[in-house]
Design a protein around this ligand. Structure first.
Ligand code: AHR
Length: 609
């Protein structure tokens, strides 16, 4: 094959926001994932209503305990119910209480400090002290202990700190909350946090944030996805119910069949963006939910439009605005900046055909208040020209190979494009090397067309790999309570997003092999030509690379992601089988031959003199 590059001929600017992230509550992405809370079902609710799911009883010696949902008392209007614990025959060393097993275990590392809290009350002070422990499931060893001296008769928030000793890191632990005297106590919002990313209270898991940071994402599209829409209108993402103190967040059922704690609420999404220097790309609920429920454009839709305007004001308004002041009270006086708003999610599923009218109503109201915000249509619309349209592609590698020229002839005078969800769906729970090849081929096409594709984000981002943790196979990053890993697709993404120039160069690949793909960009600042080559075939491909317009230095870095088979993959127990490897070549020149190994993605950083 021959790759001819004119280094003096940039043909288009690369979008600086091309590579971003898409996220929603799916596959235990936040609860049991990024959101570092370790207690599962901390407010005793499930998608089907009040529930003691994930809680069991602890009874030592003759002590007896019973637990039940009490719908008549809770710590707040938002959390009106609680878990009632009734204890009989308790005595010192003969305790009873409740147990939580976390999200497939509770991870404990050596010398780790945990911060916990709960809301509680007791019928009488005679129930005595409450003891909180982390206990190893296999050995029964007490890994950490804390005590709350007494409970009052009214709802009150109690805090505790647990510190582990020289333990072996393990997720096989559970949390116990017990008393050594008989009586009745009520609990709600039982919480336990390990250290979090940048030590943020109510914050995120460190290893997952680090994996995202390594991708250098330009933006975060949130909060969905189907999660934005909900199955029903009354189960939509109601952002106003996800802000403020945790005790004032009612939690909500989600379309992915598990309940959402909303501990990672609207403000936390924006703070996540801030932590990783990503632009927020906020999707607002647009009056359509997944079971074919919609709100007609016109007066009925007005409250939803107003809700979106309030949401934008909450994020971007100064503290002298109503919602900006509420954000400040919630702990973030500085306003965030929003460049992109998406109206709805995948509203092409709305069979009523109401999206064009709904989009236009949101568009006009948002533009009137925020003329600089780019407003993304999530489905084709008529009667109004959107700033950006969102296309989604879930495909096989072969389908992506066949369609890498998808955007080559797209009208440059039309709306810009966001590829807001895309993935090669091969491999489960996370994708394999074959998928990474499909992804990389598709990314070469997006990159070559990134004058028109301004934003692109793979989906889904996360999966908890435990049985029952996954609702959607083919995900980017997998984890259990203790460990996490990137799929080959993750590394392909990270390679592409951390090696991209500012201009697409005029490059022509002449190849007989239909599974060889390229993208060539110029990094003007560093005077570097970045050549991406994807070989999705089972044979090494020799490529004669001819560069005109500048002299090329002979030493160059080559980053390779490859595997012997397309099925090869990374797993929670074999997390780094396929990772990028950096090597050097010394034969780079204006004309040189380079061989791309079979089933591999390579990036050549060619420095110009
Ligand atoms: O990424 C999984 C789902 O795929 C998203 O929630 C939805 O937008 C799409 O159909």
């Amino acid at each position: 094959a021959t790759l001819t590059i004119d280094t003096a001929k940039p043909i288009a600017a690369v979008s600086p926001t091309l590579y971003g992230l898409m996220t929603e509550e799916i596959n235990y992405s936040y609860d049991g994932g990024l959101y570092a809370e370790l207690v599962n079902n901390r407010t005793f609710q499930s998608n089907r209503g009040p529930s003691t799911a994930d809680w069991t009883i602890l009874q030592n010696g003759n002590a007896r305990a019973a637990m039940a949902i009490d719908k008549n008392t809770g710590p707040s209007e938002a959390l009106p119910l609680s878990l009632k614990l009734t204890v009989d025959n308790a005595a010192p060393k003969s305790e009873a209480g409740i147990v939580n097993n976390g999200y497939w275990g509770i991870p404990v590392h050596p010398s780790e400090q945990f911060h916990g809290s709960f809301y509680a009350k007791a019928d009488s002070a005679s129930i005595g002290a409450v003891t909180i422990r982390l206990i190893n499931n296999d050995t029964g060893a007490i890994e950490a202990t804390a005590t709350v001296p007494a409970l009052s008769a009214d709802w009150h928030r109690y805090e505790y700190t647990l510190k582990s000793g020289a333990v072996t890191a393990s997720a096989a632990n559970h949390l116990t909350i017990s008393v050594e005297h008989s009586g009745t106590a009520w609990f709600s919002l039982v919480s336990l946090f390990p250290p979090t990313y940048q030590n943020t209270a109510n914050g995120n898991r460190i290893d997952l944030m680090q994996k995202l940071a390594a991708m250098h994402p330009a933006f975060l599209r949130f909060p969905g996805g189907n999660y934005l829409e909900g199955d029903h209108i009354n189960e939509r993402y109601e952002w106003k119910k996800t802000i403020g103190s945790l005790v004032d967040r009612p939690t909500h059922p989600s379309p992915w069949n598990y309940h959402s704690s909303d501990g990672l609420g609207l403000l936390e999404f924006f703070e996540w963006c801030e932590d990783l220097h990503m632009q927020p790309l906020l999707a607002v609920y647009a009056g359509y939910s997944m079971r074919q429920e919609h709100v007609d454009a016109g007066p009925a839709l007005e409250p939803y439009v107003q809700d979106a305007l309030d949401e934008i004001e909450y994020a971007t308004g100064s503290t002298s605005t109503k919602w900006g002041a509420i954000r400040a009270k919630d702990g973030h006086p500085a306003p965030f900046h929003i460049n992109y708003i998406e109206v709805g999610n995948e509203d092409w599923f709305d069979k009523s055909g109401s999206y064009s009218g709904r989009y236009a109503q949101f568009y006009k109201a948002i533009k009137a208040a925020y003329p600089d915000i780019q407003i993304i249509a999530t489905a084709p619309v008529t009667g109004i020209r959107p700033d950006i349209v969102d296309d989604h592609f879930y495909r096989s590698a072969q389908e992506f190979f066949n369609d890498v020229h998808h955007y080559d002839n797209t009208d440059r005078n039309g709306p810009k494009v966001m590829v807001g969800e895309w993935a090669t769906r091969e491999g489960s729970p996370t994708t394999n090397m074959g998928a990474a090849l499909g992804d990389a081929a598709w990314m070469t096409g997006m990159e070559r067309n990134s004058d028109i594709i301004v934003l692109a984000s793979y989906a889904p981002l996360f999966v908890n790999v435990n049985p029952g943790g996954m609702q959607w196979p083919s995900d980017l990053i997998g984890y259990d309570a203790l460990n996490s890993y990137g799929s080959p697709s993750y590394y392909a993404q990270a390679m592409f997003s951390t090696h991209v120039g500012d201009h697409v160069l005029d490059a022509k690949l002449d190849a007989t092999n239909p599974r060889l793909f390229d993208s060539v960009t110029l990094d003007t600042k560093h005077r570097r030509v970045i050549v991406k080559l994807v070989n999705g075939s089972s044979q090494p491909q020799s490529v004669s690379i001819n560069l005109s317009g500048a002299k090329v230095r002979s030493n160059a870095h080559v980053t390779t992601l490859g595997a012997p088979t397309t099925e090869a993959t990374n797993t929670i127990t074999d997390p780094t089988r396929i990772v990028p490897v950096v090597s050097t070549i010394s034969n780079a020149a204006s004309t040189f031959t380079h061989t791309v190994p079979r089933f591999s993605i390579q990036i050549l950083d060619l420095d110009l003199n």
